[in-house]
Design a protein around this ligand. Structure first.
Ligand code: FES
Length: 124
């Protein structure tokens, strides 16, 4: 096992959970794949080189979705619509502060499988 702290890193989790049984879920309300691509592109254009964007499974507050969660700030964005993404990225730039090396070749591309919140029951 290896342990590592990345103090400069910021990580956005975008819920992409979908339930086919009619219960509230984030992806039933917008095109979550397109939102993920847009968020990555906007973050890259903003030069957020320390930002990672990851698709996530259910994060908990499903009825408030679509949901994004930013770590380590533990900042939630609820009820997000595609037109909100530029404002969210501006907020992330604020949070990143002057230490973020804007203008570098940012690589926020993360295309990993959904992360399930282990504290929640199965969401499918
Ligand atoms: S389905 Fe997105 S938070 Fe639960």
């Amino acid at each position: 096992m290896e342990e590592e702290i990345q103090p400069d890193a910021m990580h956005v989790f975008l819920c992409q959970n979908h339930r086919a049984d009619g219960r509230a879920s984030c992806t039933g309300r917008w095109d979550a794949d397109e939102a993920l691509r847009s968020l990555k592109r906007l973050a890259r254009e903003a030069g957020l080189s320390h930002l990672r964007v990851t698709r996530a499974g259910c994060l908990g507050p499903c009825e408030k979705g679509p949901n994004l969660l930013v770590y380590p700030q533990q900042l939630w964005f609820h009820g997000v619509a595609p037109e909100d993404l530029p404002a969210i990225v501006r907020r992330l730039v604020e949070l990143a502060g002057p230490g973020d090396p804007r203008g570098e070749d940012a690589s926020p591309e993360v295309d990993s499988p959904p992360i399930q919140n282990p504290s929640k029951e199965s969401t499918t």
